[in-house]
Design a protein around this ligand. Structure first.
Ligand code: FES
Length: 102
């Protein structure tokens, strides 16, 4: 498992999410009330970039067909069809930098 920098804490403000490319994977990194979380960025329905959707509290809403995922766990919360949960990743914050463990 490696620890890869995703950005500075000042780049990911509370209530915001960004997409970072790490080892060929697109990862969504979000700040919820000062804590950072990471999941896959690609929606498990049809591959939309979830970081281009909406973040409301801990819920990510896909911008294409409105699937909802729990940002803290990657679990699917709401969608009419059964689709996979998102993979979630551990985050480490050190010296003002946000690292994703993959
Ligand atoms: S691509 Fe995300 S809900 Fe369809």
């Amino acid at each position: 498992m490696g620890k890869i920098i995703a950005g500075k804490t000042s780049d990911i403000l509370p209530g915001k999410m960004i997409k970072v490319s790490i080892d060929g994977r697109d990862i969504l990194v979000a700040n919820i009330d000062g804590k950072y979380y990471a999941t896959d960025d690609s929606c498990t329905h049809s591959g939309s970039s979830l970081s281009e959707g909406k973040l409301n509290d801990r819920t990510i809403t896909c911008g294409w067909h409105a699937a909802e995922f729990d940002c803290k766990t990657g679990k699917l919360m709401k969608f009419p069809a059964k689709i996979r949960d998102l993979t979630s990743y551990n985050i480490v914050v050190e010296s003002g930098n946000v690292f994703v463990e993959i």
